[in-house]
Write a protein that binds this ligand. Sequence first.
Ligand code: ZN
Length: 147
Amino acid sequence: MKKYLIGLVLLTFGASVSAEECAAVVESNDMMQFNVNAMTVPASCESYTVTLKHVGQIPKQAMGHNWVLSTTANVQEIVNLSFGAGLENNYLPPGDDRVLAATKVIGGGEEDSVTFDVSMLSADESYTFFCSFPGHYAVMKGTLTVK
Ligand code: ZN
């Protein structure tokens, strides 16, 4: 009986670990920061889910954050268009396919998730995740690698 229980625990643990590998939680705060500056997406994942949490208290109008993924080469052009797009468009140019994945803009205490197909990413490409809220890109960014 004891042996059976241990086996069950290991099985359950193993399942939760593999599920976590295809998902990540990223935290943002009132100090205009992400808690990570590099992410790795396993190429073995079919899809990958990023959950962005805002652990601060300031509303999105003043300290909004989103998690946006694009190729590193396209980041600056997206950032240039973000202010004009406004909060109603989550500070992203609507329908722009250079935006590979994005959460909505959230404020303190909120969270939002986005799931994207890993097959659309290449291990040879350089990707950047960032916040497109005006002025945040300078510090709120990091690299995303497919391995
Ligand atoms: Zn931000």
